[in-house]
Structure formats: C-alpha cells, structure tokens
Design a protein around this ligand. Structure first.
Ligand SMILES: Nc1ncnc2c1ncn2[C@@H]1O[C@H](COP(=O)(O)OP(=O)(O)O)[C@@H](O)[C@H]1O
Ligand SMILES: [Mg+2]
Length: 371
C-alpha cells in the first residue's frame, strides 16, 4: 500500500531547516506533497540562498520519509522562495506563533507585524562576554576558538563581534558569505558551527567609522534584536578593548552576562586587565574566570619559553577571586589560522593550544545555570 500524504507530512514534522533550527513545517517551507505509487515527492521553498546549503536539508527530508511503509523513492524539489513569500517566514522567526504544522498553509493570509524583543534578557542562553584591558591580547582569538570548541560539544553557539572598531571575527572564523535577509530579519552566517554577526558585515573593511557611545549602544541592540539567533545555548560576545561605554550597554541588554577576562602574563597587562574587572563589577556583571594568553612558546627543543613572563593570569584570577580557566601558549599556527579563517581548534585539533581551548569550553560548560 502506498503511503498517504498525511503520513508523509507527519514524517516531516521533525525535520528542521539546518541553518534556522526550526521545523520546516512551522516555517511553512513545505509547498507540496505528492505520493505516486512508491515515490514520495516533496516540494520545498527555501528562504535562504543555496550556496551549498540545500543539500543538507534535502538529505534530512529524504531520511525522514524513506522509512515510511510503502515509500521506496523520495524526490525532493527545492526552489528559492520569492520575495513575497518571505514575510510569512520572517514572522515565524520573529516569534509569532507558528501556524498549525499539519494544516494547509494559506498563502493569502495577512502577515501581521510581530513584536521585536531582545531574546537574551530572559532566556536560558548563557552569555559569555570576552573582555580585556587592552587590545592585542587575544580576545578575538579566544572568542573564535572557544566558541567553536563549545559548538564541537554539541552546543548551539552564537557570536556577536561587539568590537566595532577592530572587528576581526568574520576573517578569523572564515565566514564565507554575508548575512542572509529573510524579509527584514537578519540571519547570521555560520562558520565551523557557530552563528556570527559582526559590524564587519555592514561596513567596508577600510572605512573609518567614528563610533560614539549612543551609536554603539544602538548597534549592539540591533545585533541582539534584528538578528534571528534561534535560542542559542551560548552567546559569546567579543568586546572592544578597555572599559568604555560598551560595558554599560552589555549590562543593560545582557544583564546575565558572565565576563571572562583575557590577559597576557605581564604584570603591566595584568594591571590593565584588573580595570576591566572593576568595570564589570561596577555595572553588576559577574566575572567568571581569567584566561592567560601567550603564556609560553615551545621551541624546537620542546622547551617552554615564557616570553612575556609568568603568573600574570594566576595573580589576576586570585586578585578577583575567580578561577584561572586556562593558559594558552603562543603558537604561530594560531595566528596563521586567524589570518585565513582556519581556527586552530579546527585546523590542528591536536595542537596544545587547541587542547587548552577545549578544556576551557569544558570547564565553562560543566557549570549549569540556576533558574
Ligand atoms: N596564543 C597565540 N599564539 C599566536 N598568536 C596569537 C595568539 N593569540 C593571539 N595571537 C595573534 O595576536 C594578534 C592579536 O590577537 P587578537 O585575538 O586579535 O587580540 P584582540 O582581539 O585582543 O585584539 C592576532 O594576530 C592573533 O592571531
Ligand atoms: Mg579583537
């Protein structure tokens, strides 16, 4: 006996759009189902451009339908959504209640505006704000590799590049394309399993942007509210160096953010980093740990040379009363990987620096949130 269309539709109920992480039926992507003998034909309209991404969706659809009794072949027809189909999807992304997934979608139903809210003030997303006293200590490298290490643990991870002056995450993560737009909703690109938004997507690389406090505040707000994040388990924020206005904005928009401070082993760097910790305290953000970067260089003789001195991270952690989460060695491959978008945890997972990033991810991930 051939399968029924209802059986096929029911089998599709668990299929999620790979980038958006929502069921394709809830998103209204399933345009038609037909069963012809042992062949099931499923027509899908995709709101995201292909760029090699549709294959995963096709595979998911095929895998969920092929197991049905009476189905021997599955044909998946994917086409791009037209502009006038996008608002209905955007509405679901903005948190409007999805239509009954088993009901037939009425393409002519009016699309009501959905309220825009900051999804992170009252969610179970853990927010990690990566801070430092000064630039160049490795905040973005930590953000990149730590985020990927969390994603490698099976977490859904979102990254916000809040260093609007020195944005570097698109290049470090190796993001291949700009964000997608689904009507007025910005869909962040993914790289190595993390979803990322950066001012780098919206300005020319060599264009000088003069950011004042209120603009920064507004930009951060838009990153959080106009972007579809899809309830990530982690939101990692790469902060600009120093203790400027951004801390206040973070405290307002992300009041439950946990601050991680990056420093080098030098006493001077440690002192500047201490100021970042004081700032966090002033705006009521909790510092949860210190990461010491550039801690040593291992020569060809296998000896560890402590080029920038020792103990800065340990002393800072003790001073603040938080754990030292890890000490990351200086490795040329880490810098090279950052320059070409091949982060070390992906490019060379056996490297000792990669192991430290995984250990930090594990420590942070083993703490469960209350409430
Ligand atoms: N542990 C490390 N080993 C080698 N190079 C590093 C390391 N950490 C950072 N770098 C390099 O140092 C430079 C500054 O690091 P970056 O992560 O951009 O710092 P920040 O974001 O704090 O300004 C980058 O070129 C980066 O690749
Ligand atoms: Mg940086």
């Amino acid at each position: 006996m051939p399968a029924t269309e209802v059986e096929v539709r029911t089998a599709l109920a668990n299929v999620e759009e790979p980038e958006l992480g929502l069921p394709i039926l809830e998103l209204g992507l399933v345009q038609g189902i037909a069963v012809d003998g042992a062949t099931a034909v499923i027509a899908i309209a995709e709101p995201l451009a292909d760029r090699g991404r549709w294959a995963e969706l096709e595979a998911r659809v095929r895998a969920s339908v092929i197991d049905l009794d009476g189905v021997e072949r599955v044909e998946v027809d994917v086409r791009s959504m037209t502009d006038d189909e996008l608002p209905a999807v955007a509405r679901v992304l903005k948190g409007a209640p999805p239509p009954n997934p088993l009901a037939v979608v009425d393409a002519n139903a009016p699309s009501l505006p959905a309220p825009r809210i900051n999804p992170f003030t009252d969610s179970r997303t853990r927010v990690l704000a990566i801070a430092s006293g000064k630039g160049g200590v490795g905040k973005s490298s930590v953000t990149t590799n730590l985020s990927i290490a969390l994603a490698q643990r099976g977490r859904r991870v979102a990254v916000v590049d809040a260093d609007v002056w020195g944005f570097s995450l698109p290049r470090m993560l190796g993001v291949a394309h700009p964000p997608d737009l689904i009507d007025d909703v910005i869909v962040p690109p993914t790289a190595h399993g993390v979803h990322v938004i950066s001012m780098g997507f919206f300005t020319e690389e060599d264009q000088a942007v003069i950011w004042r406090g209120p603009m920064l505040h507004k930009a951060l707000e838009q990153f959080l509210t106009d972007v579809y994040w899809g309830a990530p388990e982690y939101l990692v924020v790469d902060l600009p160096p120093g203790t400027g206005d951004i801390a206040l904005s973070i405290a307002q928009f992300l009041p439950r953010a946990e601050v991680v401070i990056v420093t080098t082993p030098q006493p001077a760097a440690q002192k500047v980093a201490q100021r970042a910790a004081s700032m966090a305290e002033k705006v009521d953000l909790e510092v949860v740990g210190v990461i010491e970067n550039m801690s040593w260089f291992r020569g060809d003789d296998a000896k560890a040379y402590e080029i920038f001195g020792a103990d800065g991270g340990r002393e800072l952690a003790d001073q603040i009363g938080v754990p030292l989460l890890g000490r990351i060695p200086l490795v040329p491959a880490l810098r090279e990987g950052g320059d070409v978008g091949r982060p070390i945890v992906v490019a060379d997972p056996d490297d000792e620096a990669a192991a430290v990033f995984r250990s930090i991810a594990e420590q942070l991930d083993s703490v469960t949130l209350d409430g």
